[in-house]
Design a protein around this ligand. Structure first.
Ligand SMILES: [Zn+2]
Length: 179
């Protein structure tokens, strides 16, 4: 009798910990988020869209947000302000370069447009900041580099990632990376 009781209580603990699974490395996490700048302007939000799915511990989201979400469970909310270092890093003037227009795009290159640029670090997103003659000035810094980030996050779901997701380093769900 004593053994049966203890078995039942162990099962109970397991079930309740699955319902309240906490965010940790190798968990597949789904969140709704709103990102604001220092002035309260919304820079990005998942509201009105599918929630964002990501793999915790894989660098899918900025490091400060991973840290703030660790240990949270579905239904919990987090408000956190991240320094640029915890977010998209500081701006680096070395990431502002002059490149020949032909290396950017076949189409007309205009100020403000974003192009893919092949660099020694691989393909990077370049924002065109000026066009002079046959050259454009491009900024390879992340658009949110150097900014303090104010996040409001609601944890929608937490589950174990599949072996395939762990191999790929991202999760396979609507709203996440598509192949
Ligand atoms: Zn994949």
């Amino acid at each position: 009798m004593i053994e049966r009781r203890s078995c039942a209580s162990v099962r109970g603990v397991v079930r309740s910990s699955a319902e309240h699974m906490q965010i940790a490395d190798q968990k597949a996490v789904t969140i709704h988020y709103t990102l604001k700048d220092d002035g309260g302007t919304v820079l990005d939000s998942s509201k009105g869209r599918e929630p964002l799915g990501y793999l915790q511990g894989a660098g899918n989201i900025v490091p400060g947000l991973e840290k703030a979400l660790a240990g949270k469970a579905a239904g919990e909310s987090v408000q956190v302000t991240l320094t640029p270092e915890e977010g998209y890093g500081m701006r680096d003037d070395k990431n502002v370069r002059n490149v020949p227009l032909r290396k950017l795009s076949d189409k007309k290159v205009t100020v403000g447009m974003q192009c893919q640029l092949r660099t020694s670090d691989g393909i990077q997103i370049a924002t065109v900041t000026a066009v002079r003659g046959d050259y454009a000035t491009v900024d390879l810094n992340h658009p949110l580099a150097g900014m303090k980030l104010h996040f409001e996050v609601e944890v929608v779901a937490v589950r174990d990632a599949t072996p395939e997701e762990l191999t790929h380093g991202h999760i396979h769900e609507p709203g996440s990376h598509h192949h």
